[in-house]
Design a protein. Sequence first.
Length: 262
Amino acid sequence: MRRLLVCVTVLAMTMVPLAAGAETEENPIQLGLGDSVAWGFGASDPFTMGYVPLVNRRAPDLYCVAGANDCASVDLVNMAVPGATSTSLIANQLQPALELLTARNSDDNPTNDVVLVTVTIGGNDLFNPVIAACSGGVTPECTEVIANGFATYTANLGQILGSLRAAAGPDTEIAMMTYYNPLGACFLADLAPLADLVLEGGGPLPFGLNDIIRGVSAATGVTVVETYGELRRNDFVGGDDCLHPDDSGYDKIARLFTTTLR
């Protein structure tokens, strides 16, 4: 457990946001927000093999804007930061995202809008606190930690998605993924049932993290991309990494995004 906590802490301290793709006045934009999964950590090349750039490759087919450079491309701006929580996303990513949305979607040029926003956030809100509090079982202390984490996350996610929708307007697609369970592929495999409980609820938990994502998304007009149960053990980095997909996992996530959006 200590090994995992140190790895996550170092990751959060050393990684920086990525802005991939030039922002032009001609092309529409795909905006990526979130944590290390949105950043592409675990992929052989995060800048090309993460789910966000993989979705971006297919974005012109999904969001062709007449007059936008013959619909040849949708530029990518990925603001995701490894280690991000919903709280740090609000502090560091949300305002630049809102400024970009306002600048592009409120001007007189309909061909340069932000046409797609992808979001992955929330896993880091719960992961370390739950592992620390619940590795010995689902005790009252454990359920209290989960409940407190859920309360903070629900409020933060409402602010994030609500603000994005208000700035983007009704026509921009905003898509947020639910979380998969990666623990079966790593050294914390014995805690995989606990992760299922936190993600989907059951027993002492009336709802899970993914239920919060579904509920807040529905309330803010955000499309939910379901990844829970869709990835297999060989779709994760595994071993000492208990969080991230590998290339095959990111490819599956990207396909789930494009299938859902299409």
